[in-house]
Write a protein that binds this ligand. Sequence first.
Ligand SMILES: [Cu+2]
Length: 265
Amino acid sequence: MIDPITLQQGTDWRAQAEVFDEIFFVFLTLGTIVGIIVVSYTLWNVYKYRDDGGEPDEDFDAPVVGELPTGQGGPKAKKLFLSFGLSAIVVISLVVYSYGLLLYVEDGPDTGDEGDIEITVEGYQFGWEYIYPNDHSQQNELVVPADQRIDLKITSRDVWHNFGSSDLRIKSDAIPGETSETWFSVSSEEVEEQGGEATYLVECFELCGSGHSAMKGQITVVPQDEWEEWYADTGNDSETENSSSVEGDLATPNLKASAAGGVST
Ligand SMILES: [Cu+2]
């Protein structure tokens, strides 16, 4: 289980990973509770109404086709409405609750004056190219600052791919001619915890050809000041490598390699 990634302590930013883990936990807990109640009640009835070999009870109010079950002596259909009512309350609350959280996942946190960083991700057979706002582009390793909202515009230059990172709980289609969007953010606390550089595996989640399983990349999150220094250096590089090989790119996925002009092949 991956630790939840908390964001910007003191603000109401939450990482997608944290939101999805919470939804998962709530559904798992409720599902377990409802499951235990239903199975226990069923077993209890199986025992209560077992065939004990005796004569059938004349007064037994058996259900009749086309009529609401009355229950034994109680008001009409009391149990039926009780179970329908309870299920409706549980289901409707879950829908409202999840919908609210998923709207947040869609829109992302409000960045205020801070702004966000918009990066274009282009999938190709077989790798990822990241294009920064200053037109700097590099293959397979995406270097971003901590405590900042990163917006990804994802597309493809050949076939359908799907850009995703399980750790960050992000995943989005990469389709030629179309752009899909997602965002993520990693806190500086998390970066510190991972020793000054937080790394997350990127994978392709759409079978896209023979190199699909090797179509891996990496998201590297570094402290703000370190990133700014690195980013300033990328401004004057005009190279756009068009390597189609993943090999070697991931061998040295560290900041120093990228600072020297993109991860080279
Ligand atoms: Cu792919």
